[in-house]
Design a protein around this ligand. Structure first.
Ligand SMILES: Cc1ncc(COP(=O)(O)O)c(C=O)c1O
Length: 352
């Protein structure tokens, strides 16, 4: 046994800090921001070969997920790359999940490229039944915005038996709360715009796989579709990722306190929480009008559509056509790292 193989496995908290750094004597601690499309001799070009700025982020996300990562211009660019890379004919999708990805796949169906099989991802038997004859089983767990959870271990085993590729949008879980490659996922998808970046200042997407053939297809997708990440965005996403473990711990602690108080509040009829993470959904008993009024009254929480940042955001989702199935009074809240008493006081006054 070599000294290296005898070393204990590193904690994700440590990986987030040490992965993707230059290692040579005299090197800077951070890979510099490479602002170049072109490289002297050798034929390297950024869209086809990447840069060390991208690769540093990819190394860190890959290390956390247990695979090899590729960065894209956004989460949607990463989702589009997956469709291009796998070119599926039959896709199992969640009936309810992030509307952008569902709309993308519906567009492919409308153009006659593929067939969709929508399923309730919490009904594992239904997912497994639908997976028979499918090329791709596209899971998102927990889902946006209702925080449904899929049994990835069982669905992953079924996909292996049936010869389907499981894709998992793990944006809400982050690479810290679940590692779907261990459940047999062919590709893990992240909108790095959210918790990985963590500061609501960039758009980026990531795909992670441990299948070399799939990796090569994902490289081709980025090369031909051209949805490359920006250099500054990749740099900032890695800077954000360094503190993701402590941000997520702080957000989750806040979420747990808020959930308990929301559950006890007479104006709230339902609280949804998948058991870990920073995303909470709750239903205001007074319906759409009461939920909208709450969003207008908050002073510390920000009424905003994105999530996963240091700041708490809140939004009523049923107002979007793509989320018209959601309870009209449902608010999706991304819990930040502010002082929890300030957050509660803000929610309580807005609910009063
Ligand atoms: C679960 C999920 N997947 C993918 C995306 C798309 O990511 P992006 O906005 O970075 O394109 C989002 C965006 O909200 C999301 O919530």
């Amino acid at each position: 046994m070599t000294a290296e193989s005898a070393a204990p496995a590193l904690s994700p908290r440590t990986i987030a800090v040490v992965a993707g750094r230059p290692a040579g004597a005299g090197d800077p601690l951070n890979h510099p921001l490479v602002l170049a499309s072109n490289f002297r001799a050798g034929g390297d070009y950024t869209r086809t070969h990447g840069t060390t700025t991208w690769q540093a982020l990819e190394e860190a996300v890959g290390a956390l997920e247990g695979g090899r990562a590729l960065a894209y211009a956004s989460g949607m660019a990463a989702a589009s790359a997956i469709v291009y890379a796998l070119a599926p004919k039959v896709v199992v999708i969640p009936t309810y999940s992030y509307m952008g990805v569902r709309n993308l796949l519906a567009e492919y169906r409308a153009q006659g490229h593929l067939e969709l099989r929508p399923v309730d991802i919490t009904d594992t038997a239904a997912v497994v039944a639908a997976s028979d004859g499918a090329d791709v089983v596209w899971m998102e767990t927990p889902t946006n915005p209702t925080l449904d959870v899929a049994d990835l271990a069982t669905i992953g085993r079924a996909c292996a038996d049936l010869g389907a590729k499981m894709v998992v949008d793990s944006t809400f879980a982050t690479p810290l709360l679940q590692q779907p490659l261990g459940d047999g996922a062919a590709i893990v998808l992240h909108s790095g715009t959210k918790f990985i970046g963590g500061h609501s200042d960039l758009l980026i997407g990531l795909c992670v796989t441990s299948d070399d053939a799939v990796f090569d297809r994902l490289v081709l997708a980025r090369t031909y579709q051209g949805a490359t990440p920006g250099s500054l965005e990749a740099f900032l996403a890695l800077r954000g990722l360094r503190t993701m473990p402590i941000r997520l711990e702080a957000s989750q602690k806040n979420a747990e306190v808020l959930i308990e108080r929301l559950r006890a509040h007479p104006a709230i009829s339902e609280v949804r929480y998948p058991g870990s993470g920073a995303m909470v959904a709750f239903v205001v008993a007074g319906g759409a009008a009461a939920a909208d009024a709450l969003c207008e009254r908050v002073r510390i929480l920000v009424p905003a559509t994105s999530l996963g940042g240091v700041e708490s955001t809140i939004e009523r989702r049923q107002k979007y056509a793509g989320d018209s199935h959601v309870d009209p009074g449902l608010l999706r809240m991304s819990v930040g790292i502010e002082d929890v008493e300030d957050l509660w006081n803000d929610l309580a006054q807005a609910l009063a």
